[in-house]
Design a protein around this ligand. Structure first.
Ligand SMILES: Nc1ncnc2c1ncn2[C@@H]1O[C@H](COP(=O)(O)OP(=O)(O)OP(=O)(O)O)[C@@H](O)[C@H]1O
Ligand SMILES: [Mg+2]
Length: 331
Protein backbone atom coordinates (compact mmCIF):
# COMPACT_ATOMS: atom_id res chain seq x y z
CA UNK A 1 0.00 0.00 0.00
CA UNK A 2 1.21 3.54 -0.70
CA UNK A 3 2.95 5.46 2.06
CA UNK A 4 0.77 8.24 3.47
CA UNK A 5 2.25 11.67 2.77
CA UNK A 6 0.97 12.80 6.17
CA UNK A 7 0.08 10.80 9.27
CA UNK A 8 -1.56 12.56 12.17
CA UNK A 9 -1.19 10.05 15.00
CA UNK A 10 -3.10 10.36 18.27
CA UNK A 11 -2.97 14.16 18.29
CA UNK A 12 -4.24 15.89 21.43
CA UNK A 13 -4.30 19.68 21.80
CA UNK A 14 -5.40 21.76 24.78
CA UNK A 15 -6.03 25.45 25.36
CA UNK A 16 -5.38 26.52 28.91
CA UNK A 17 -7.80 29.36 29.51
CA UNK A 18 -8.60 31.30 32.67
CA UNK A 19 -11.90 29.44 32.86
CA UNK A 20 -10.26 26.03 32.55
CA UNK A 21 -8.64 23.60 30.13
CA UNK A 22 -10.28 23.12 26.75
CA UNK A 23 -9.49 19.80 25.10
CA UNK A 24 -9.88 20.98 21.53
CA UNK A 25 -8.41 17.88 19.84
CA UNK A 26 -8.57 14.47 21.46
CA UNK A 27 -6.51 11.59 20.14
CA UNK A 28 -7.12 12.56 16.51
CA UNK A 29 -5.58 10.25 13.87
CA UNK A 30 -5.72 10.86 10.11
CA UNK A 31 -3.73 9.26 7.27
CA UNK A 32 -3.50 11.37 4.12
CA UNK A 33 -2.25 9.80 0.89
CA UNK A 34 -0.47 11.54 -2.01
CA UNK A 35 -3.01 13.15 -4.31
CA UNK A 36 -5.85 12.48 -1.87
CA UNK A 37 -8.43 15.07 -0.86
CA UNK A 38 -9.59 14.62 2.73
CA UNK A 39 -12.42 16.74 4.14
CA UNK A 40 -12.76 17.65 7.80
CA UNK A 41 -16.29 18.62 8.83
CA UNK A 42 -18.12 19.35 12.05
CA UNK A 43 -19.90 22.23 13.73
CA UNK A 44 -18.19 25.39 14.92
CA UNK A 45 -15.75 24.74 17.76
CA UNK A 46 -15.37 21.01 17.01
CA UNK A 47 -11.57 21.31 16.60
CA UNK A 48 -11.11 21.45 12.83
CA UNK A 49 -8.84 24.51 12.80
CA UNK A 50 -7.00 23.26 15.88
CA UNK A 51 -6.20 20.02 14.07
CA UNK A 52 -5.10 21.74 10.87
CA UNK A 53 -3.04 24.40 12.65
CA UNK A 54 -1.24 21.62 14.53
CA UNK A 55 -0.03 20.18 11.24
CA UNK A 56 1.60 23.55 10.52
CA UNK A 57 2.82 23.73 14.15
CA UNK A 58 0.99 27.01 14.35
CA UNK A 59 -0.91 26.46 17.61
CA UNK A 60 -0.34 29.58 19.64
CA UNK A 61 -0.55 30.29 23.37
CA UNK A 62 -2.58 29.43 25.37
CA UNK A 63 -2.74 26.34 23.17
CA UNK A 64 -0.35 23.44 23.29
CA UNK A 65 0.07 20.08 21.57
CA UNK A 66 -0.11 17.68 24.50
CA UNK A 67 0.69 14.46 22.70
CA UNK A 68 0.83 12.79 19.31
CA UNK A 69 2.97 12.63 16.21
CA UNK A 70 2.68 14.30 12.83
CA UNK A 71 4.74 12.32 10.36
CA UNK A 72 5.68 13.53 6.88
CA UNK A 73 6.37 10.94 4.17
CA UNK A 74 6.82 8.22 6.78
CA UNK A 75 10.08 9.72 8.00
CA UNK A 76 9.92 13.01 9.89
CA UNK A 77 7.83 13.68 12.98
CA UNK A 78 7.48 17.42 12.48
CA UNK A 79 6.71 17.89 16.17
CA UNK A 80 10.37 17.05 16.90
CA UNK A 81 11.83 19.59 14.43
CA UNK A 82 13.61 22.76 15.56
CA UNK A 83 11.82 26.05 14.76
CA UNK A 84 14.34 26.64 11.95
CA UNK A 85 13.73 23.18 10.43
CA UNK A 86 10.00 23.72 10.75
CA UNK A 87 10.24 27.01 8.85
CA UNK A 88 11.74 25.09 5.97
CA UNK A 89 8.96 22.51 6.06
CA UNK A 90 6.26 25.19 5.94
CA UNK A 91 5.27 26.01 2.39
CA UNK A 92 7.97 23.83 0.82
CA UNK A 93 6.47 20.59 2.18
CA UNK A 94 3.20 21.65 3.84
CA UNK A 95 1.33 24.79 2.87
CA UNK A 96 -1.74 26.27 4.44
CA UNK A 97 -4.52 28.41 3.14
CA UNK A 98 -5.69 29.64 6.56
CA UNK A 99 -9.23 30.38 7.70
CA UNK A 100 -9.96 33.94 6.54
CA UNK A 101 -6.88 33.73 4.31
CA UNK A 102 -7.76 36.74 2.23
CA UNK A 103 -7.35 38.91 5.30
CA UNK A 104 -3.93 37.41 5.91
CA UNK A 105 -2.39 39.20 2.91
CA UNK A 106 -0.20 42.09 3.92
CA UNK A 107 -2.24 45.21 2.97
CA UNK A 108 0.78 47.41 2.19
CA UNK A 109 2.69 44.93 0.01
CA UNK A 110 1.93 44.38 -3.68
CA UNK A 111 0.89 40.85 -4.69
CA UNK A 112 4.10 40.24 -6.66
CA UNK A 113 6.25 41.20 -3.67
CA UNK A 114 4.28 38.88 -1.39
CA UNK A 115 4.94 36.06 -3.86
CA UNK A 116 8.62 36.93 -4.21
CA UNK A 117 9.05 37.16 -0.46
CA UNK A 118 7.46 33.74 0.04
CA UNK A 119 9.58 32.12 -2.66
CA UNK A 120 12.76 33.82 -1.48
CA UNK A 121 12.17 32.99 2.18
CA UNK A 122 11.14 29.39 1.73
CA UNK A 123 13.09 28.47 -1.37
CA UNK A 124 16.30 30.03 -0.08
CA UNK A 125 16.75 31.83 -3.39
CA UNK A 126 17.68 35.47 -3.79
CA UNK A 127 14.83 37.93 -4.22
CA UNK A 128 16.23 38.96 -7.59
CA UNK A 129 16.17 35.39 -8.85
CA UNK A 130 12.37 35.22 -9.01
CA UNK A 131 11.54 36.29 -12.56
CA UNK A 132 8.48 38.15 -13.77
CA UNK A 133 7.77 35.17 -15.99
CA UNK A 134 7.56 32.88 -12.94
CA UNK A 135 5.23 35.32 -11.19
CA UNK A 136 3.03 35.54 -14.26
CA UNK A 137 2.90 31.76 -14.61
CA UNK A 138 1.95 31.37 -10.98
CA UNK A 139 -0.80 33.99 -11.27
CA UNK A 140 -2.00 32.40 -14.50
CA UNK A 141 -2.21 28.99 -12.79
CA UNK A 142 -4.75 30.41 -10.32
CA UNK A 143 -6.64 32.29 -13.04
CA UNK A 144 -5.28 35.78 -12.34
CA UNK A 145 -4.09 38.21 -15.02
CA UNK A 146 -0.44 39.38 -15.02
CA UNK A 147 -1.38 42.97 -14.04
CA UNK A 148 -2.64 41.68 -10.66
CA UNK A 149 1.03 41.34 -9.67
CA UNK A 150 1.28 45.13 -9.37
CA UNK A 151 -1.87 45.59 -7.29
CA UNK A 152 -2.30 45.90 -3.53
CA UNK A 153 -4.69 43.47 -1.77
CA UNK A 154 -7.41 46.13 -1.32
CA UNK A 155 -7.57 46.52 -5.10
CA UNK A 156 -8.65 42.87 -5.46
CA UNK A 157 -12.11 41.30 -5.05
CA UNK A 158 -12.56 38.62 -2.35
CA UNK A 159 -12.28 35.85 -4.94
CA UNK A 160 -9.12 37.35 -6.44
CA UNK A 161 -7.54 37.69 -2.99
CA UNK A 162 -8.34 34.06 -2.27
CA UNK A 163 -6.73 33.07 -5.59
CA UNK A 164 -3.64 35.08 -4.65
CA UNK A 165 -3.48 33.15 -1.34
CA UNK A 166 -3.67 29.87 -3.26
CA UNK A 167 -0.83 31.09 -5.53
CA UNK A 168 1.30 31.81 -2.45
CA UNK A 169 0.42 28.41 -0.94
CA UNK A 170 1.37 26.41 -4.05
CA UNK A 171 4.40 28.50 -5.02
CA UNK A 172 6.82 26.09 -3.33
CA UNK A 173 5.09 23.00 -4.77
CA UNK A 174 4.15 21.48 -1.39
CA UNK A 175 3.34 17.79 -0.81
CA UNK A 176 0.48 18.68 1.53
CA UNK A 177 -2.01 21.55 1.31
CA UNK A 178 -4.21 22.42 4.27
CA UNK A 179 -7.15 24.59 3.25
CA UNK A 180 -9.25 25.87 6.17
CA UNK A 181 -12.63 27.00 4.83
CA UNK A 182 -10.93 28.53 1.79
CA UNK A 183 -14.12 29.80 0.22
CA UNK A 184 -16.50 30.40 3.11
CA UNK A 185 -16.75 34.20 2.67
CA UNK A 186 -17.44 34.01 -1.07
CA UNK A 187 -20.59 33.57 -3.14
CA UNK A 188 -21.46 30.15 -4.48
CA UNK A 189 -20.33 30.67 -8.08
CA UNK A 190 -16.94 32.09 -7.07
CA UNK A 191 -16.64 29.31 -4.46
CA UNK A 192 -17.10 26.62 -7.06
CA UNK A 193 -14.58 28.16 -9.47
CA UNK A 194 -11.96 28.51 -6.76
CA UNK A 195 -12.44 24.94 -5.62
CA UNK A 196 -11.98 23.80 -9.24
CA UNK A 197 -8.73 25.79 -9.42
CA UNK A 198 -7.48 24.28 -6.17
CA UNK A 199 -8.37 20.78 -7.38
CA UNK A 200 -6.58 21.24 -10.69
CA UNK A 201 -3.39 22.51 -9.03
CA UNK A 202 -3.46 19.84 -6.34
CA UNK A 203 -3.82 17.14 -8.98
CA UNK A 204 -0.90 18.60 -10.96
CA UNK A 205 1.29 18.55 -7.84
CA UNK A 206 -0.12 15.19 -6.65
CA UNK A 207 -0.37 16.92 -3.27
CA UNK A 208 -2.54 15.58 -0.46
CA UNK A 209 -5.19 18.08 0.65
CA UNK A 210 -7.00 18.48 3.93
CA UNK A 211 -10.03 20.66 3.31
CA UNK A 212 -11.80 22.04 6.37
CA UNK A 213 -15.41 23.12 5.97
CA UNK A 214 -19.02 23.17 7.08
CA UNK A 215 -20.63 22.71 3.70
CA UNK A 216 -21.36 19.01 3.22
CA UNK A 217 -22.56 19.61 -0.36
CA UNK A 218 -19.29 21.28 -1.36
CA UNK A 219 -17.35 18.56 0.44
CA UNK A 220 -19.21 15.81 -1.41
CA UNK A 221 -18.12 17.33 -4.72
CA UNK A 222 -14.52 17.97 -3.80
CA UNK A 223 -13.11 15.34 -1.44
CA UNK A 224 -12.40 11.60 -1.63
CA UNK A 225 -12.68 10.88 2.09
CA UNK A 226 -14.29 12.66 5.00
CA UNK A 227 -13.59 12.92 8.71
CA UNK A 228 -16.37 14.10 11.01
CA UNK A 229 -15.40 15.95 14.19
CA UNK A 230 -17.51 16.46 17.29
CA UNK A 231 -16.25 18.15 20.46
CA UNK A 232 -12.57 17.67 19.58
CA UNK A 233 -13.06 14.00 18.64
CA UNK A 234 -12.85 12.52 15.17
CA UNK A 235 -16.02 10.47 15.42
CA UNK A 236 -16.16 8.95 11.94
CA UNK A 237 -13.93 8.58 8.88
CA UNK A 238 -14.84 7.08 5.52
CA UNK A 239 -14.97 7.64 1.79
CA UNK A 240 -17.53 10.13 0.52
CA UNK A 241 -19.62 7.18 -0.69
CA UNK A 242 -19.46 5.51 2.74
CA UNK A 243 -20.21 8.66 4.71
CA UNK A 244 -23.09 9.80 2.51
CA UNK A 245 -24.39 6.33 1.58
CA UNK A 246 -23.94 4.58 4.91
CA UNK A 247 -23.24 7.04 7.74
CA UNK A 248 -22.64 5.13 10.97
CA UNK A 249 -22.29 7.67 13.77
CA UNK A 250 -25.64 9.18 14.82
CA UNK A 251 -24.05 12.66 14.58
CA UNK A 252 -22.96 11.99 10.99
CA UNK A 253 -26.45 10.69 10.23
CA UNK A 254 -27.94 13.94 11.51
CA UNK A 255 -25.39 16.03 9.58
CA UNK A 256 -26.31 14.22 6.36
CA UNK A 257 -30.05 14.57 6.95
CA UNK A 258 -29.59 18.30 7.59
CA UNK A 259 -28.38 18.85 4.02
CA UNK A 260 -31.16 20.52 2.06
CA UNK A 261 -32.28 18.29 -0.79
CA UNK A 262 -34.12 19.35 -3.94
CA UNK A 263 -37.25 17.56 -2.77
CA UNK A 264 -37.21 19.34 0.58
CA UNK A 265 -36.55 22.65 -1.22
CA UNK A 266 -33.76 23.92 0.96
CA UNK A 267 -35.46 23.18 4.25
CA UNK A 268 -32.78 22.65 6.85
CA UNK A 269 -33.35 20.11 9.53
CA UNK A 270 -31.34 21.45 12.42
CA UNK A 271 -29.59 19.15 14.82
CA UNK A 272 -31.46 19.25 18.13
CA UNK A 273 -29.71 20.37 21.31
CA UNK A 274 -26.88 22.76 22.02
CA UNK A 275 -23.27 22.35 20.90
CA UNK A 276 -21.29 21.16 23.90
CA UNK A 277 -19.14 23.33 26.10
CA UNK A 278 -15.60 22.01 25.91
CA UNK A 279 -14.89 23.57 29.31
CA UNK A 280 -17.34 21.15 30.86
CA UNK A 281 -17.90 18.36 28.33
CA UNK A 282 -20.48 15.63 28.94
CA UNK A 283 -19.23 12.40 30.47
CA UNK A 284 -19.00 9.18 28.46
CA UNK A 285 -19.69 9.81 24.79
CA UNK A 286 -19.76 13.58 24.34
CA UNK A 287 -22.63 13.35 21.86
CA UNK A 288 -24.94 11.38 24.18
CA UNK A 289 -27.09 14.35 25.38
CA UNK A 290 -28.07 15.08 21.76
CA UNK A 291 -28.06 11.56 20.42
CA UNK A 292 -31.38 10.10 19.28
CA UNK A 293 -29.96 6.59 19.67
CA UNK A 294 -28.32 7.05 23.09
CA UNK A 295 -28.25 3.98 25.32
CA UNK A 296 -27.98 3.95 29.10
CA UNK A 297 -24.21 3.34 29.21
CA UNK A 298 -23.43 6.15 26.70
CA UNK A 299 -23.29 8.67 29.55
CA UNK A 300 -20.57 6.74 31.36
CA UNK A 301 -18.48 4.85 28.79
CA UNK A 302 -16.11 6.66 26.42
CA UNK A 303 -16.40 5.06 22.97
CA UNK A 304 -13.26 3.59 21.41
CA UNK A 305 -12.36 3.84 17.77
CA UNK A 306 -13.81 0.91 15.84
CA UNK A 307 -12.22 0.17 12.47
CA UNK A 308 -14.50 -2.09 10.44
CA UNK A 309 -12.04 -1.84 7.53
CA UNK A 310 -8.89 0.02 6.46
CA UNK A 311 -9.51 3.76 6.24
CA UNK A 312 -12.96 3.51 7.86
CA UNK A 313 -13.42 4.29 11.56
CA UNK A 314 -16.30 5.14 13.85
CA UNK A 315 -16.32 5.99 17.56
CA UNK A 316 -19.73 5.04 18.90
CA UNK A 317 -20.86 2.45 21.43
CA UNK A 318 -23.49 1.17 18.97
CA UNK A 319 -20.67 -0.44 17.01
CA UNK A 320 -18.39 -1.60 19.77
CA UNK A 321 -17.91 -5.30 19.86
CA UNK A 322 -15.04 -7.15 21.42
CA UNK A 323 -11.82 -7.17 19.36
CA UNK A 324 -12.89 -4.67 16.71
CA UNK A 325 -11.27 -1.54 18.04
CA UNK A 326 -8.62 0.43 16.21
CA UNK A 327 -6.35 0.09 19.23
CA UNK A 328 -6.39 -3.65 18.76
CA UNK A 329 -5.83 -3.28 15.02
CA UNK A 330 -2.79 -1.04 15.34
CA UNK A 331 -1.07 -2.60 18.33
N1 LIG B 1 -6.68 30.61 21.04
C1 LIG B 1 -7.61 29.94 21.70
N2 LIG B 1 -7.76 30.10 23.03
C2 LIG B 1 -8.69 29.41 23.71
N3 LIG B 1 -9.53 28.52 23.17
C3 LIG B 1 -9.44 28.32 21.84
C4 LIG B 1 -8.48 29.00 21.03
N4 LIG B 1 -8.62 28.60 19.74
C5 LIG B 1 -9.62 27.69 19.76
N5 LIG B 1 -10.11 27.52 21.00
C6 LIG B 1 -11.20 26.61 21.41
O1 LIG B 1 -10.93 25.32 20.92
C7 LIG B 1 -12.12 24.71 20.42
C8 LIG B 1 -11.92 24.29 18.99
O2 LIG B 1 -11.77 25.45 18.18
P1 LIG B 1 -11.42 25.40 16.62
O3 LIG B 1 -11.12 26.78 16.20
O4 LIG B 1 -10.41 24.35 16.37
O5 LIG B 1 -12.82 24.92 16.03
P2 LIG B 1 -13.34 24.84 14.50
O6 LIG B 1 -13.93 23.48 14.34
O7 LIG B 1 -12.26 25.24 13.58
O8 LIG B 1 -14.52 25.91 14.50
P3 LIG B 1 -15.04 26.89 13.31
O9 LIG B 1 -15.90 26.03 12.44
O10 LIG B 1 -15.84 27.91 14.04
O11 LIG B 1 -13.86 27.46 12.59
C9 LIG B 1 -13.23 25.72 20.64
O12 LIG B 1 -13.89 25.40 21.84
C10 LIG B 1 -12.51 27.02 20.76
O13 LIG B 1 -13.22 27.90 21.59
MG1 LIG C 1 -12.04 26.82 12.27
Amino acid sequence: MTQPVLEIRNLSVEYETRRGIIKAANDVSIDLYPGERFGLVGESGSGKSTTSLSVMRMIKEPGRIVSGEIVLNGETDILTLSPEEMRNVRLSRIAMIPQGAMNSLNPVVKIKDQLILTMATHGRIGKNKVTRKEINELLDSVGLQPHVADLFPHELSGGMKQRACIAIAISMRPDVIIADEPTSALDVVVQRRIMQTLKRLQEQLNAGVILVGHDMGLMAQFVDRLGVMYGGNLVEVGTVEEIFGNPQHPYTQLLISSIPSLERKGEFQTIPGQPISLLDPPSGCQFHPRCPQAMSHCSTVVPKRVAPKAGRTVSCLLYETEGMTDNAATS
